[in-house]
Each structure stands twice: as C-alpha cells, then as structure tokens.
Write a protein that binds this ligand. Structure first.
Ligand SMILES: [Fe+2]
Ligand SMILES: [Fe+2]
Length: 148
C-alpha cells in the first residue's frame, strides 16, 4: 500500500496512536467491570483492527520515506500484533484473567513501541512533511510505562 499524503494526512499517525490507546483503556475497563463476553470480544476486536490498520498506514509512510529501520520496525509491529492475537484467543476461551494479564503486557509493549521505536522516525517524517509543504507530526503525549 502506498502512502499518499494528500489523501492521508501525516497527523493521522498521531490520531491513530491516541485512538488505539483509548480503545485499550476501554477494553481493560470492560474486562475489569465484568462486561458480557460478546461485548468484551467486540472491544478487543476493535483494538486489534485499529492497531493493524495503524501499522499498515505507518509502514506505508515509512516505506515512502525509505526509513532505514523499516524491517526492524515491522518486526516490532508483528510482536505487538501477536500479543493481540493471543488476547483474542484467551477471550474466546473465556479466560478473562489470562486476557487481562496479556492486555497489560500488550499495553506496556505498545507504550514502549510508541515512545521508543515510533520516535525514531520523527525527524525523517518531519523532513518529508517540510519537503511536501504539509504539517509535521505533533509532539508525542507521554504515558508512564507500567513497571512489573
Ligand atoms: Fe510503529
Ligand atoms: Fe505507531
């Protein structure tokens, strides 16, 4: 998939990051509050779809920029996506305590990815934005990475 900045603004990357994080928090709440299995699964599928769509957009943008660490970046995306896959499986087999554990792991991996890996392309993206006369990436909102 080619990234077309006139069709998809660069700010989408930041909006997607926020959207995924909101969806993760809402899934966590839904599990903790003991929502029905169907609702929890729907919420988890939403997190998965948002995440995978975002990875696709971001990888297309990084491909367009010829980002040097694209291969490693994709590998990290795949690692994050595989935890989501596991969470869906755990929810399908109604193991909500395992799903909650995996979700905490997912959130931590995601935050580390956003704050370390996704920061590495900022200069390249902003150079590209300047060359194309489009707005740069807004500064990242920092979340505390959970210990454990
Ligand atoms: Fe990324
Ligand atoms: Fe990202």
């Amino acid at each position: 998939m080619a990234f077309n900045p006139s069709f998809l603004p660069i700010s989408i990357i930041d909006e997607e990051h926020r959207g995924i994080h909101r969806a993760v928090v809402s899934l966590m709440e839904s599990i903790l509050l003991g929502s029905g299995a169907a609702k929890v699964l729907e919420s988890a599928t939403n997190v998965q779809q948002l995440t995978l769509q975002h990875f696709k957009h971001e990888e297309a943008l990084l491909g367009e920029l010829r980002f040097q660490r694209l291969k490693e970046h994709k590998e990290d995306h795949n690692k994050v996506a595989s935890v989501l896959e596991r969470i869906i499986g755990e929810l399908e087999s109604k193991d909500s305590s395992a799903a909650l554990r995996s979700l905490r792991e997912y959130r931590k991996l995601l935050l580390v990815h956003l704050q370390q890996e996704d920061e590495q392309y900022r200069d390249d993206v902003n150079r590209y934005a300047a060359e194309h006369g489009i707005s740069p990436l807004p500064p990242r909102i920092r979340h505390t990475i959970p210990e454990e």
